[in-house]
Design a protein around this ligand. Structure first.
Ligand code: 3UK
Length: 506
């Protein structure tokens, strides 16, 4: 990838203004309920918001701006406006409550906020404990649109430096206090130059769609930055759960879909009722893609899923496989621009076939915001993502588990996701989660929580059948000694299984 950037660099100038200057102004950029903005209209919206931020709200470069809202064209315009005005965008997940918002405002020293008026209540509650947050305007029939109406549609991008922070992204915090990560304008444009052109290979006529919130970097990249970087268009849906996404794909004739493995599994069940013929590429990230899910989606739609592991710390995807490289059960190979290795506990590189800690380096990397864990994530120049992986003889990276989630039972190391992958091959299993639970004899035993497909009954006979099935599918010692049937599994807003919850519930 071409990773040389000039010292003065601005994300919005590079992604949006350049498009308009190069003659793409009339092409569709952002679509949503009742909205269809061309690149020129998107630019005008972002410019007006930038004017409001600077002229009315006193924003100066480096100020942190909290953004809160469902995925909408307006939220996208707010992100682009903050970048353009030299501010730092801090996206927040729509489901966050007042206490969590407060912690982010405090940690990121946020001074400004732009909030979807329909999600105002939690921010109102948080306000009393947010002394730094003095400037706020709400949008969606709120004060922001009123302020924008009086502004000209032009705004010259603040000449930010490539190394200026543009984005503070907070991890979903599955296990504790969310960690803030910082990304520069260069980081963002580097991410646009690596995975998209080398693995996804989108074209200007593509229509992107999907579920991840823009506050999650998987969504910010996949549903805003990457489509803009190739002059494509993006559909921003306020609700993109698997029960509505297939109809939306059909309605908008979407060609590139971003969502999590659990969503592909759920969509496969209803795919036949919708016209998904427009789909060209499907991307999965957030957690491991089981071979059974890859096969199911291929059988249902004919599409080979593009899997990719990314993280908030690394900004976006760093190991991935395009359709031709895809191997069932493997994530892929390092994305051009990145290097990867499997390290032992002393930091020595392990040979193929050995399970160890995944280490990556490349044009983006972890910069925690005042967090003591920086030295845990970054060691000797490598980013340690907290994942256990192995690399096979062909150089493909095969996911095992989160390092903390490895199950140690009777002296064996067992990766829960491998057992989940086996269970998902069984025709009765819709969803499952496998964790280690304390056991006096074996230290831990493997326990499976299983959600069944309609028409199956979770009784002892089926539990036994599932155990036998796992024994026949993978090494028998990995079979779940305990099986519990559930109607749902605890998941984050980004589709990740919350194993820590399953462990405490067990
Ligand atoms: C896990 C995966 C196996 C893995 C993300 C794409 O998920 C993202 O960021 P988070 O900070 O979580 C990072 C952790 O999630 N993971 C993600 N993708 C995969 N495990 N296979 C995968 N394909 O444990 C990783 O360390 O929430 C994903 C792009 C941007 C992102 N922020």
């Amino acid at each position: 990838p071409e990773l040389q950037f000039p010292p003065l660099l601005n994300t919005t100038a590079a992604l949006l203004d350049r498009r308009v200057a190069e003659g793409d102004g009339d092409r569709p950029a952002v679509l949503g309920t009742g909205v269809r903005w061309t690149y020129a209209e998107m630019q005008a919206q972002a410019n007006r918001i930038a004017r409001v931020l600077v002229d009315d709200m006193g924003l100066v470069p480096g100020n942190r701006v909290l953004l809160r809202g469902a995925n909408t064209p307006m939220l996208a315009a707010c992100f682009l406006a903050v970048f353009k005005a030299g501010g730092i965008a801090v996206g927040t997940m729509p489901l966050l409550r007042a206490r969590e918002l407060q912690a982010i405002v405090d940690k990121a020293q946020i001074s400004h906020a732009l909030c979807d008026s329909r999600l105002a209540a939690e921010l109102d509650t948080a306000k009393a404990n947010c002394p730094t947050l003095t400037q706020r305007l709400d949008y969606m029939g709120g004060a922001l649109e009123a302020a924008m109406a009086g502004k000209p549609a032009s705004f010259d991008a603040v000449p930010t430096e490539a190394e200026d922070i543009a984005l503070m992204a907070f991890t979903s915090g599955t296990t504790g206090v969310p960690k803030g990560t910082m990304h520069t304008h260069r980081d963002i444009l580097a991410a646009c130059a690596c995975w998209p052109p080398h693995v996804l290979r989108p074209v200007a006529d593509d229509v992107f769609i999907g579920s991840p919130p823009l506050a999650f970097t998987f969504g910010l990249g996949g549903l805003l930055l990457f489509p803009l970087s190739v002059g494509a268009s993006t559909v921003l849906l306020e609700k993109a759960t698997p029960d509505v996404l297939p109809a939306a794909i059909a309605q908008w004739r979407a060609t590139v879909c971003f969502t999590a493995p659990t969503s592909y599994r759920a969509m496969a069940a209803t795919a036949a009722q919708h016209d998904l013929s427009s789909l060209r590429k499907c991307v999965s990230a957030g957690e491991a893609l089981p071979a059974a899910t890859r096969a199911l989606w291929k059988q249902t739609t004919g599409i080979e899923i593009i899997d990719g592991i990314g993280s908030t710390e690394m900004l976006h995807i760093f190991i991935s496989a395009d359709e031709a490289q895809a191997r069932p059960g493997a994530t892929g190979v390092p994305v051009p621009g990145y290097r990867a290795a499997i390290l032992d506990d002393d930091g020595r590189e392990l040979p193929p076939g050995r399970v160890g800690r995944l280490a990556v380096k490349g044009p983006t990397g972890c910069k925690y915001l005042a967090d003591e864990r920086q030295a845990t994530y970054v060691q000797h120049g490598w980013n340690l993502t907290g994942d256990a992986y192995l690399v096979d003889e062909a150089g493909h990276y095969v996911y095992q588990a989160r390092t903390d989630d490895m199950i140690i039972s009777g002296g064996y190391n067992i990766a829960g996701p491998e057992v989940e992958g086996a269970l998902l091959l069984h025709p009765a299993v819709a969803e499952c989660g496998v964790v280690g639970v304390a056991d006096p004899e074996r230290g831990q035993i493997v326990k499976a929580f299983v959600v069944l497909k309609p028409g199956h009954t979770g009784d002892e006979v089926l539990a036994k059948a599932l155990q036998d099935f796992v024994k026949q599918t993978i090494a028998p010692y990995k079979y779940p000694r305990a099986v519990e049937f559930r109607t749902t599994l605890p998941r984050t807003e980004t589709g990740k299984l919350q194993r820590f919850r399953l462990r405490t519930e067990a």
